[in-house]
Write a protein that binds this ligand. Structure first.
Ligand SMILES: O=C(O)CCC(=O)C(=O)O
Ligand SMILES: [Fe+2]
Length: 223
C-alpha cells in the first residue's frame, strides 16, 4: 500500500526544521547509500554528526511516532535515523532498491520507505519521486509538510531537478508486520472494526472482528 499523509509537518514544524538545518553543512549524499545505489545517487545531505541535524532528526521522529495514520498503517517497530537531503539543479537519484538491512550495531529491516517533502513543489522543476510498479510508474511531488510511505521492495528513483532546489527528509521503518500485503489487510480490518465501534459500540460483531484482527496479528507479526 502506498500512502500519503498531508500536513504530517505543520508550518511551525517546517520553520523549526529550516531554522536548524540552515546552520548545518551539507555533505555528499553518497556516504549513506548502499554500494550499488551510490553509483546513481547525486544529492547532498545535512551533516549527520552536527547536533542541529540530531535535533531535526528527533523532531521528525517524534512527529512520526505521534501520528495515528503512520502507526495504524506502518505499525513501526524501529525507525531509522532521518536523513535530510537536498537536490540542487542537475541532481537526481537514479533507479535503485533500498538496502534490505540497515544499520551497524543495531540492525533493522527496511519494510517501509518514506519521503517527507520540506519545501513547496513550486520551488523546483523535476524532482518527482518515481516508483516503478509492474510496468507502470507512480510519481509523487507533494506539498511542503506532506509525506509518502511506500513498500521498500519497490525500485524507485528521483527525477533530475532542472530548476531550484528540492528539500526532503527520508527514512525507513521496520514494521511489526513484514509483508506489505498483510499490513494492508490488517489496516483494513482495523479500520472497519473502529467504525463498527463508533456506530454500535462493543457488540458481538466488534468482538469477533477484534478477535480476527488480533489473531492475524499473532500469525503475521515478528516481534
Ligand atoms: O529523495 C527521495 O525522495 C528518496 C531518496 C531515496 O530513494 C533514498 O534515499 O533511498
Ligand atoms: Fe531509495
Amino acid at each position: 500500500m502506498i500512502l500519503t499523509i498531508e500536513n504530517l509537518l505543520s508550518g511551525d514544524d517546517l520553520a523549526r526544521l529550516r531554522g536548524l538545518l540552515d546552520e548545518v553543512d551539507y555533505v555528499d549524499g553518497r556516504k549513506t547509500a548502499g554500494w550499488h545505489a551510490k553509483l546513481v545517487k547525486a544529492n547532498e545531505q545535512s551533516d549527520g554528526r552536527n547536533p542541529k541535524t540530531a535535533a531535526a532528526r528527533d523532531l521528525v521522529t517524534s512527529i512520526l511516532r505521534a501520528n495515528v495514520t503512520f502507526n495504524l498503517t506502518v505499525m513501526p517497530q524501529a525507525i531509522r535515523p532521518v536523513l535530510f537531503s537536498r537536490y540542487r539543479e542537475g541532481m537526481s537519484y537514479g533507479a535503485h532498491i533500498d538496502d534490505a538491512i540497515m544499520g551497524r550495531e543495531v540492525l533493522a529491516r527496511s519494510d517501509v520507505s518514506m519521503t517527507i517533502f520540506l519545501n513547496a513543489p513550486e520551488d523546483y522543476d523535476g524532482g518527482e519521486l518515481i516508483m516503478e510498479l509492474g510496468g507502470g510508474e507512480l510519481r509523487y511531488k507533494l506539498p511542503a509538510g506532506a509525506a509518502v510511505f511506500y513498500p521498500s521492495n519497490t525500485l524507485h528513483r528521483v527525477a533530475e531537478v532542472t530548476r531550484g532546489q528540492r528539500e526532503v527528509a527520508v527514512t525507513w521503518a521496520q514494521s511489526i508486520v513484514r509483508s506489505a500485503e498483510h499490513r494492508e489487510i490488517l489496516y483494513d480490518i482495523d479500520k472497519v472494526r473502529r467504525s463498527l465501534f463508533r456506530e454500535k459500540g462493543k457488540d458481538r460483531d466488534f468482538d469477533l472482528l477484534s478477535k480476527t484482527h488480533a489473531n492475524l496479528m499473532r500469525l503475521w507479526s515478528d516481534v
